[in-house]
Design a protein. Structure first.
Length: 404
């Protein structure tokens, strides 16, 4: 399928605006990284605790931060999740022992400021076994006929209803009358024993500082090894300058993407590293397709300068580039707008990485090839001229067989 047929756009004649834009983005990203002391790492790499809390009525972020500060020291970040009553609470942890107790400290702080003060069992933040234990004796005292298997089944059904039908947060115990197996006598006992809290803990992640540092080092090594392996492959498949050009383009994509994370103050976690590795492969594949067409055109002894051959090759692969990049970009945009907070960093990296990676294959990698070809041709003409002879190195150049 071809969107464009026999196009003849002068891409390389318009390369300078894109090169200047790349330089500006690169410098802005590096400046932001320098000012902020490096990327903003998530708890995967820094260590700490992340808690996703769903409120019946979400309090202000400053109020949540002040509440958590009563028990938890250090930097605390509270982020509202748009379109919901949820917040993300992130805290740092200076040692492994602190990581172990930070979850309890956060929950206790939230209970003090926003929790239910009835003293009853918190049905919004309890597990199946604990709920069954809390109900066992009261049900027996109320003479509600229920054996152990039925009790466990009822506790499981209550929590399943809470999590699937009410997004983990019951507003009233009367909602439980819709639970399979529930009867009025059991519901009356539950109302005596339990109470729905004003918030529910949806997700908890705790990572120690040492583990975070190890993950950060492994992530950096993984990205560098991937780039090195691709350089070797392309140098073997084509020529070494092709590999250098492709790797420089991928470095360009990665640096700009990380710089944008710093500029927009977004965290880098393991999902972002996965997105960066995806972009490394995606951008490299896009560049290889263009390089392969350049090599084929050189073997066919196409007429024209090397610049014209490269430009023609880009035009010949234009439909493929637009189809693959466009469809992938639409998917990434869907993830960004509808994937929720968990996929925000991953989709952000994909959206901007695809845009940057697509134009870098055309306006970064290809100009590097042309520059090297110009340098090689000038050196060759200088050698042929010999002592005392003057030969113009700016004369029209014919293409040479630069591919294998």
């Amino acid at each position: 399928m071809e969107i464009f047929k026999q196009t003849n756009f002068d891409f390389l004649g318009k390369k300078w605006p894109f090169i200047i834009a790349s330089l500006i983005l690169t410098m802005a990203g590096l400046a932001s990284l320098a000012i902020k002391g490096g990327p903003k790492y998530g708890i995967d790499f820094n260590g700490g605790a992340l808690m996703e809390v769903n409120f019946l009525k979400r309090p202000a972020a400053d109020a949540v931060r002040a509440a958590v500060h009563k028990r938890v020291t250090g930097e605390i970040e509270v982020q509202d999740i748009s379109g919901s009553q949820e917040v993300l609470i992130t805290t740092e942890a200076r040692d492994e022992r602190q990581s172990d107790r930070v979850r309890k400290d956060i929950i206790d702080s939230l209970n003090e400021s926003f929790g239910d003060r009835s003293g009853k069992v918190d049905i919004n933040n309890i597990g199946q076994l604990s709920l069954a234990d809390a109900l066992r004796d009261p049900l027996q005292k109320a003479a509600v006929p229920m054996n152990e298997d039925q009790l466990q089944a009822l506790a499981k059904a209550i929590l399943s209803y809470r999590d699937t039908e009410r997004s983990g947060l019951l507003q009233s115990l009367d909602e439980l009358k819709n639970v399979p197996g529930m009867n009025p006598a059991a519901l009356a006992v539950i109302k005596q024993v339990c109470s729905p809290n004003n918030f529910a803990i949806r997700r908890v992640e705790i990572v120690g500082p040492k583990i975070g540092a190890d993950l950060r080092a492994q992530a950096i090594r993984t990205v560098l090894l991937a780039l090195a392996a691709m350089l070797v492959y392309i140098a073997f498949r084509f020529e070494w300058i092709y590999g250098v050009a492709a790797v420089i383009a991928v470095f360009h994509d990665t640096i700009i993407t990380i710089g944008l994370f710093s500029i927009f103050n977004k965290e880098i976690d393991l999902t972002v590293i996965a997105a960066l590795l995806t972009l490394v492969g995606y951008s490299m594949n896009d560049t290889i397709v263009t390089f392969d067409r350049i090599r084929e055109n050189i073997k066919l002894q196409r007429r024209g300068t090397f610049t014209e051959i490269v430009n023609a090759s880009i035009n010949q692969t234009l439909s493929r580039t637009i189809l693959t990049s466009g469809l992938t970009l639409l998917t990434a945009l869907s993830l960004y707008f509808f994937g929720g907070q968990v996929l925000s960093g991953f989709s952000f990296a994909l959206v901007f990485g695809i845009l940057v990676g697509t134009y870098s294959s055309i306006f970064v990698a290809s100009p590097i090839l042309i520059f090297w070809k110009d340098v090689a041709d000038r050196k060759q003409k200088t050698r042929k001229a010999g002592p005392g002879r003057v030969e113009s190195v700016n004369a029209e150049k014919r293409p040479s067989r630069v591919g294998k």
